[in-house]
Design a protein around this ligand. Structure first.
Ligand code: GLC
Ligand code: CA
Length: 570
């Protein structure tokens, strides 16, 4: 692996990507954005009915601002039968009554903007609820403008190689599902067609679906929303193969149209292949957590490299002090994707999301602090999942609203020692999900003034990120130390103005050297003498932030057990 020069990333600020002529520039505000993901049903209940709501989010905007986040992603808050917690949308243009009204959402945009906070809603373009009016129309025997809005076969007795449902409609056909049974797939056409009932991606029917989705985006953007997190963005066109050319084309059209009208709007995809997602016109793509049959992707290797989210004994995550190994396995997955996408937009780290297990309690507070040190200082725009900043715990809970194993990451936010830990004044029995009942359940109130708390650490990291150009999303990134046989990981981040920082961490239990010109076990390419001198100069500086111990000698930096530090080099 070769190390990169620290100044090889073009500044993406409001610039059109060179090889992607269709993609308009990225909004300037993203460059310094730090997102906070809010699961609305679990954040703050303002009217004591047991479920979080929009006025509850408004109540907590000051908290979010003080934390250091300047952008929100709110999980679906639209009218829904909630068989998949709102990812089964019944009416895209109406806030679910349990969360409030459209006026409440517009008020949230207004109050957030007053604090410099941008707000992304969650767009579910690939399917609706089976109760959506389009689908109700589409199921009818007689033809209508909605007959081809979904994917129907040509007989109630014919299936296809995708999950489908028969016997539910007046119409003599089966329909294709996108996810759960309650989520029929919208029709964006098929790239490869082998059945007469399959539309082409440029058919009138498929274009009608695109136009309808564009109108939904316009509806909320016109009311003050700043963009969308887009659900299952990579699977709109069916039979599209691994490279997704037709799905990319669909997004280029939809995002191109919307961004021409709202150039400051931002879009982040649930895609997980940044090269494709950014070519499709998204500003950012998530580094998703993937694990199949005991094998994880790069992100999974960092902090979720275990089959059972609560099993710390078998955890081989990089950040596990005893169970972890070298950072190389992560870099093998990450670097090619970063390299292939860095000139076109952002590849984003999450601390967790509503679909993945939280890191606590499996990882200790110290292990998580080092993980956050990395997640919040890598390239891209970071996403902090509500409650991770206080170490809220994944819990083993029965499923609610189609959550299944995900339910344990969706419990109510823990504010203080009031009723239901400050989440709601409703009786505990009517809460959306139970609050953590442990005696030592972490709360915001307990951690705010504790200088050793996770909350204080996250606030300090975010304050540093806000101060330093080198930590901005698109500032360049270069690995400086990543031994095969050790636990340390160090990288440089450099701003276009020449500010240069060294981020170093050691999640392991033994002290380790970061730069060792005399030690052949370490990366040869990192021993270039001028680099060595350059880094050496930092020895005279105190770190900008640190956890645990570190020391410098004539060969370089030694990071103590379970340590993290950032040094200014220039
Ligand atoms: C996405 C969402 C998930 C939802 C699914 C179906 O993966 O993040 O929560 O269940 O799509 O919409
Ligand atoms: Ca409520």
């Amino acid at each position: 692996m070769s190390t990169m020069a620290c100044d090889d990333r073009t500044d993406l600020d409001e610039q059109t990507s060179k090889d992607a002529p269709q993609s308009p520039g990225h909004p300037a505000w993203l460059k310094s954005a730090v997102f906070y993901e809010i699961y609305p049903q679990s954040f703050r209940d303002s009217n004591a009915d047991g479920i979080g709501d929009l006025p509850g989010i408004i109540e907590k905007l000051d908290y979010i601002e003080n934390l250091g986040c300047n952008a929100l992603w709110i999980n679906p808050c639209f009218d829904s039968p909630f068989k998949d917690a709102g990812y089964d949308v019944r009416d895209y243009r109406r806030v679910a009554p349990r969360y409030g009204t459209n006026e409440d959402l517009i008020e949230l945009f207004r109050q957030a903007h007053g604090r410099g906070i941008h707000v992304l809603l969650d767009l579910v373009p690939g399917h609706t609820s089976e109760e959506h009016e389009w689908f109700v129309q589409s199921k009818r025997a007689e033809r209508s403008a909605f007959s081809d809005r979904y994917i129907w076969t040509d007989s109630a007795f014919h299936g296809y190689s995708m999950p489908f449902i028969g016997g539910e409609s007046e119409r003599d056909a089966t329909y294709i599902l996108n996810f759960f049974k309650c989520q029929p797939a919208l029709n964006y056409g098929f790239a490869k067609r082998d059945q007469p009932w399959q539309s082409a991606p440029d058919s009138q029917a498929a274009q009608g679906t695109q136009a309808a989705m564009i109108d939904i985006m316009r509806f909320w953007l016109a009311r003050g929303c700043d963009g969308f997190r887009v659900d299952m963005a990579n699977s709109l066109v069916k039979n599209d193969g691994d490279d997704k050319p037709e799905t990319i084309r669909v997004w280029q059209h939809m995002l191109g149209t919307v961004k021409r009208e709202y150039p400051q709007s931002a879009f982040v995809s649930e895609w997980g292949v940044p090269k494709q997602a950014l070519a499709a016109g998204f500003d950012m793509d998530f580094y998703l957590d993937w694990r199949w049959d005991g094998t994880g992707n790069g992100y999974n290797l960092l902090a979720r490299n275990v089959d059972d989210a609560l099993d710390e004994r078998h955890d081989h995550s990089y950040f596990s002090a005893v169970g972890g190994g070298s950072i190389r396995a992560f870099l093998d997955d990450y670097l090619p994707q970063y390299e292939a996408s860095k000139d076109y937009g952002d590849f984003c780290f999450i601390t967790c999301n509503h679909d993945s297990p939280r890191l606590a309690p499996r990882l200790t507070a110290r292990e998580r602090a080092i993980a956050y040190g990395m997640f919040l200082t890598m390239p891209g725009v970071p996403f902090l999942y509500y409650g991770d900043e206080i170490g809220m715990r994944y819990r083993s809970l029965p499923t609610v609203e189609g959550g299944y194993a995900r339910t344990g990451s969706r419990t109510p936010m823990q504010w203080d020692d009031g009723d239901n830990l400050g989440f709601s004044e409703a009786p505990a029995t009517v809460l959306y999900l139970p609050v953590d009942d442990a005696d030592d359940a972490p709360t915001v109130a307990d951690q705010l003034d504790d200088e050793h708390s996770t909350l204080t650490w996250v606030r300090r990291l975010l304050a540093l990120r806000a101060e330093r150009e080198a930590l901005r999303a698109s500032s360049s990134f270069a690995v400086t130390t990543a031994p095969d046989d050790g636990r340390v990981f160090a990288y440089r981040r450099c701003s276009p103005q020449g500010e240069e920082l060294l981020v170093a961490m050691n999640p392991g239990i033994r002290a380790e050297r970061v730069f060792a010109s005399s030690d052949p076990a370490h990366d040869a390419e990192n021993r270039a003498s001028n680099e060595q001198k350059h880094i050496q100069a930092a020895a005279t500086h105190d770190p900008l932030i640190s956890l645990g111990s570190y020391s410098w000698d004539q060969d370089g930096l030694i990071m103590g057990p379970q340590s993290f530090a950032i040094f200014a080099l220039r």
